[in-house]
Design a protein around this ligand. Sequence first.
Ligand code: XUL
Length: 518
Amino acid sequence: MSYVLGLDASTQSFSGLIIDLEQGLVVAEASVNFGDDLPEYNAPSGFIPHGKDGEVQADPRMWLDALEKLFPALGQQCDLARVSAISGAGQQHGSVYLNEDWFRVIGALGTGRKLSEQLSTTFSRATSPIWMDGSTGAECREISTTVGGDHIVCEKSGSIATERFTGPQIRRFCKTSPAAYASTARIHLVSSFLCSVLIGADAPVDTGDGAGMNLVNIGTWDWDSDLLAATAPELRERLPAVKEGFSVVGKLDPYYIRKYGFSAEVPVAVFSGDNPSSLVGMGASRPGKVVVSLGTSDTFFAAMPDVVADPTGSGHVFGNPMGGSMSLQCFINGSLAREAVKEKFNYTWEQFSEAFAKTPAGNSGHLMVPFFRPEISPRIDLEAPVLDGTSAFENWQEADAAIRACVEGQFLNMKLRTHWMQLKPEVIYLTGGASQNNAIAQVVADIFQARVQRLPTSSSVALGAALRAANACLGADFAALEAVFCKPTGDKIIVPDPTTKAVYAEMSVRFERALKSR
Ligand code: XUL
């Protein structure tokens, strides 16, 4: 019984990883891709395409169906009866709206029908806004004005009122669909919704994911009455409790025991957001390490000894699941931007990587502001990248240069936007799908002039969930867990080339100029 399961409900897929505590090994790893494996939801990238007015939403039943495909896939690789603790994490900020029926149905799951069918009557809103949603500009301004200005919202919640955050999303729902808001009895984050579904009871949110709502006070780590009042009427009673990231919140529901062969009485630790969970999975939950995660969103984050706020308002402070806080900067133009350039030239990922060997650092002066959709770091409403270079490059006729320019632009921008954290990393811990790509890792090392290290797994979100579960539910020593599971592999260390320092310093200046010209 020494297996621990960590789950990761991210934007484009639902993944799981099982570790064996005695052997110090990952014994199973599986992933269900929403676009490929659940095409009936018509969400090729995990959300409903072509939302209007900046809306980006997903059907929460898709996450449930993915969970039910994930367990058998994991069960093919190891005996699920040996799992003795579970936790998970979800894409941050997304919210699920449930009616009064929720409380009854969640406590009475039967194995006759799948989860998405049993819960179908419990949604007071059919679709969930997710973190890519930028439709709430007006609501952010209203909340800010009511509370007394951006600086007060930031001081209280760790972020200024932010479009994708749950509070502004709730306000918009309440304004546009007042009857549906009135019939909403519970609002969950993606993480707390899925945790509830696993324990068969209404679960709390943790301080890591909870801080991404503009509703939790980062001084008290509980709901802030001013923020609640500025957001929507009678909101407190619609929200679950807030708990620290190392809390045990229930036991696995008998549904999973009967249907998938888990054992009885398996404890479940509170779920967190994907980035806070990744902080843990990278062995970076104590101050001193900087993590860059390359996923649908690219993120840059670190555990913080002191809480420093971002003066430009686009950075965030969240709870650190292991205690204290973390800072985070999120870039919406992450893997979807890299994919867009790759698709433009019909390249394979192999050709994409080869493009870096064919072009020099600095790209012979070709520069791209690689925003294919409005960016949040910095906030700018571009719908297409800005290109600066030869006319062939500017007309998208130079495939290899365009690929390097996209990636260089992403990390020049990342370095510029994260100065506020006052961190000068000597080592960057790289994770997420694209992190195993050596060409991309070299660009990160050169632009930050820092060593880049990677773990054997790129699934640091699920690993972080498993480590939290082992610590919270089984009392496993956290430092010992980190020493075994968060050890960077030697062959995955990338060293910066010092000759590129001046090249990128000059390019940063040009990047800011190109950005300001818009
Ligand atoms: C963080 C953010 C994204 C999501 C999806 O603030 O919005 O990183 O967590 O990964």
